[in-house]
Design a protein around this ligand. Structure first.
Ligand SMILES: Cc1cc2nc3c(=O)[nH]c(=O)nc-3n(C[C@H](O)[C@H](O)[C@H](O)COP(=O)(O)OP(=O)(O)OC[C@H]3O[C@@H](n4cnc5c(N)ncnc54)[C@H](O)[C@@H]3O)c2cc1C
Length: 383
């Protein structure tokens, strides 16, 4: 696919920045499991958190394809930095779509600049794939709503200070009985004043994001913080998931591309019986398969981003991209460890981290089984 001169320039700029500023930090972020505030501030300063956000709120006003191209480069350097960047993208899009002008001007400039991080709080201990199973309640009390419930696996849960929360406002109305709210973090630890952290998760991969369970208990939220329309919460979240799938796919692509590059370099370098392992057909075939699958994943992702930029329906294209790119990331990182032999199984090898990071892309923003359900629904509806 031919990129415009501007897209090529953005890719080169972000690649250079990611290689010099993010890549050297990636192993420590993973090892120490600490949120990389310095890297996040740089992403904000460079305009990468709001690359395609509205200019009136400090964004770059760019297109989704350019955003995807930039994210691939950041994800190649560090999956954690890529995931933080994509959360900012999804949440600025959510607010751009659903927020009132007052809400937008309160939150968007800070989110785009990297001064505030906004969570997306959908999943609960008893409701993941089944979003309609959400049990967190929001009960009207005068000019407030009172929230009660817990949310599980919140990306940036320990570092974010505002959240988009899906809660049930009408227990009798199924998916139409759900509403999205903007909820601030409690500043004093009292759950009546905002969300509180329940526990931090100790993750296998994509570490350093402060992923956490959070809780509400008698949490009072002004009615002015309803995000969108009461009863539209489920719809709002589904639209965000469609968008998110393009970007999770891009994170997967960045991880796969890096694993491929590491594998090519290692195959040239590592010698067995006085010859590089790249001379073995068995190794060459692994590299060939990686290259084909990565290229195909990139095309699916760019197509989904272009459909979104054109204002066309991109639900199916996003599911195709997410399903395929994350499965490719899983296969490519597995074979990248294989190419590296025993060294690939040590913490010294970059591919060991990529292998752990890639797994999550098959699970969140709708598992890959759920993507197949979505795709089948489209196929059968169309025929
Ligand atoms: C590190 C991490 C970060 C996350 N970040 C966030 C976040 O920021 N915000 C947020 O809201 N959520 C987040 N999540 C939650 C994530 O989206 C869910 O874990 C995911 O949707 C799966 O839900 P579950 O864990 O409850 O699994 P379950 O829904 O219990 O699924 C278990 C298994 O059953 C399968 N299954 C379930 N339903 C079906 C079906 N209908 N057809 C076929 N198979 C099915 C699944 O594919 C899976 O294999 C995160 C999760 C993790 C691990």
């Amino acid at each position: 696919m031919k990129l415009s001169d501007e897209q090529t320039a953005v890719r080169e700029m972000v690649r250079k920045f990611a290689q010099t500023e993010i890549e050297p930090r990636a192993a420590a972020i993973d090892r120490d499991d600490e949120f990389p505030w310095d890297v996040y501030a740089q992403l904000g300063d460079l305009g990468l958190l709001g690359l395609s956000a509205p200019e009136e709120h400090g964004g770059g006003g760019g297109d989704n394809l350019t955003h995807v191209i930039a994210l691939e480069e950041v994800a190649k350097a560090s999956g954690t930095a890529g995931n933080a960047m994509l959360l900012a993208k999804l949440q600025t899009d959510f607010l751009t779509r659903c927020a009132t002008p007052e809400q937008a001007s309160t939150y968007l400039p800070d989110m785009i600049a990297g001064r505030r991080i906004c969570l997306i709080c959908v999943t609960e201990p008893g409701a993941g794939s089944d979003v309609q199973g959400v049990r967190t309640t929001a009960v009207r009390d005068g000019d407030h709503f009172v929230l009660d419930g817990t949310k599980a696996f919140m990306t940036c849960g320990t570092v974010g200070d505002v959240a988009v929360v899906l809660a049930r406002t009408d227990p009798t109305a199924g998916s139409r009985g759900m509403t999205t709210f903007l909820v601030e973090k409690s500043r004093d630890g009292d759950p009546r004043n905002g969300f509180v952290i329940d526990h931090k998760d100790d993750l296998m991969g994509l570490r350093g994001l402060g992923t956490a369970g959070i809780a509400f208990a008698g949490t009072r939220v002004p009615a002015a913080n309803v995000l969108g329309v009461v009863g539209d919460g489920f719809k709002n979240v589904m639209k965000s998931f469609d968008n998110g799938r393009i970007y999770i796919a891009t994170l997967a692509l960045g991880l796969a591309q890096r694993a491929f590059e590491e594998s090519v370099a290692y195959a040239r370098d590592r010698r067995v019986r006085d010859a590089p392992i790249a001379d073995f057909q068995g190794v060459q075939f692994m590299l060939s398969d990686m290259s084909v699958e990565i290229e195909a994943a990139r095309l699916l992702i760019h197509r989904a981003a272009e459909l979104k930029d054109a204002g066309a329906d991109f639900t199916l294209a996003a599911a195709h991209a997410k399903l395929y790119a994350s499965d490719v990331a899983q296969r490519v990182t597995t074979n990248a460890v294989q190419v590296h032999g025993g060294f690939g199984y040590t913490k010294e090898a970059v591919v060991e981290r990529l292998y752990r990071d890639a797994k999550l892309t098959q699970i969140y923003e709708g598992t890959n089984q759920v993507q197949r359900v979505i795709i089948a629904r489209h196929i059968l509806k169309a025929s």
